[in-house]
Design a protein around this ligand. Sequence first.
Ligand code: ADP
Length: 460
Amino acid sequence: MKIRTKIAIQFTIIVATILAIFSLSIYYLSETYRQQEFYNSLKDRALTTARLLIKEKEIDKKLLKIIDRNTLTTLYAAQVLVFNDSNQVAYSNYEADTIYYSRELINRIRTDRYVEETIGEKQVVGSMYRDTNDSLQKNYVVLAQADDIYGKLKLANIKNTMITGFFSAIILTIIFGFLFASSSLRPISDINKEISNITAYSLKKKLNTGNKKDEIATLAINFNRMLARIEKSFELQKSFVSNASHELRTPLAAQKSEIQIALEKDRSAEEYQEILKALSVDNQRLIQLTNGLLQLAKSEKSDEEVSMAPTRIDPILFSVQEEIINQHSDYKVNIDFEEIPDDDNWVTVNGNTQLLRTVFYNLIENACKYSKNKQADVRIKFNKANCLIAVSDTGIGIPKNEVEKIFEPFYRTQNAASYHGYGIGLSICKRIVDIHNGKISVRTELGKGSTFVVIIPHIN
Ligand code: ADP
C-alpha cells in the first residue's frame, strides 16, 4: 500500500474515531438532559395540579379539568392522577383507567416521597403532596406521566444531523486526507524522480534542497553529501587504479628493456650475472609494491571485519623498533614514555595488534628514511581519554601545500622523489587509525623535520 493511501486512511480513522466519540457523547448527554428536564417539568406539572386541587378551595375538580385541558396541556398532554390518603383516586384529568399506575408504585411513592421512572414510551413522576391547610395534614400522592414527544423529536433531529454531519465529515476527511498526503509527499516523489536520474556516471548531479530547512530538505542535503562522498571515493578508486598500474608498469618496463638488451647478443657469464642482479632489484620492487597494495586492500576491510581486543601500545612499538633495526642496521629508534602510566589501561587501546604494528612500522621507517641521521624518536603520551603516540624526525620535512595530500594513496612529495618509496604507507596508516576511531596528524617544517601524531582512545 502506498504511503499516501496509508496516511489518508490513518487520518480518516483518527478523525472518524474522534467524531464518533464526540457525537455519541453529545447524543448521550442530550438524552440525559432531555429526560431530566422532562422529569422536572412533569414534577412541576404534578405539584401545580395538586396545589390547585387541594389548596385552592375555589377550584373544584370540574374547573380544574377545564383549566387542565385548556392551559396546562398546551405544551404536552400529561396525564395526572391524585390519590388521597386511602389511595383512592381523588382527581384524574383523563379517564383514570387509561392511566398507568399500580399499588406497588403508589406505595413506593409514599415510602420514597418522590419517584422518577420510565414505563414504555412514557416518563412517570410520582410525588407526595401534603395538605398543610387541613388539620389532619392529609398526604396525597400525585402521579404525572407523559411521552416527551417534542423532546424526542428534537433529539431525533440532533441524531439525524449528527449522522449526516459524521458521514459528510468522513467523506471530506478522505478527500482532504488524500490531498494533504499527496502534497506532503510530493517533495519525496520529486526527490525520487531526481534520484532515478542519477547513475554512476552522473554523480556530480545534486538533488534540489528546496527551502534547506524541513526534513525533506535535510534528506536531500544528506543525500547530496553522500553523493559527494561516493563521488570522491569513485575518483579515488579511479586514480588508485591508474597510479597502481603506473607504479607496476615502471619496474616491469625496466625489466623488459633489461631482458631485451641482454638478448641482443651473446654475453659472458659475468654480464648475465649483472643483468640478473638488476632484474632481481626490479623484481624486489615489484614484490614490495604488491605487498603494499595487499596491505592497503587489507586495511580497506570494513570495520566489522577487523577483530579488536584490548591491546597495549608499548610492546608493539618495541617489537617494531626491533624489527626495523634488524632490517636496517643504520636506523636508530628511541622510544620513551613522557610519563610512566599509573594504570595499564591508559596505554591500552581496543585494537588489532597486526594493523597497529603496520601503522607504527610505516611511521618509524619513514622518519628514519627521510632524515639524514636516520633516527626516529617515539614518545608515548596519554590523557584522560586517549593514548597519543608521536613519531618525530629531524629530516627533510613536508612542503606546506602537500601536507594534506600525503595521506592519499600513491602521493609522494616533490622533495621525497630521490627516496625509495611508493606513497602507499601513510594512506594505509590513515585507514587503520580510522578503524580504531583515532586520528593521525602531522606537524612539519620543511628542511627541519616532521612529527606524526597518532591519537587513539584508550580503554578506561
Ligand atoms: P613512501 O614513504 O613509501 O613514499 P608513504 O605513504 O609512507 O609512502 O608516505 C607518503 C609521502 O609522504 C612520502 O612519499 C613523503 O613524501 C612524505 N612523507 C612521509 N613521511 C615523511 C617524513 N617523516 N618526512 C618527510 N616526508 C614524509
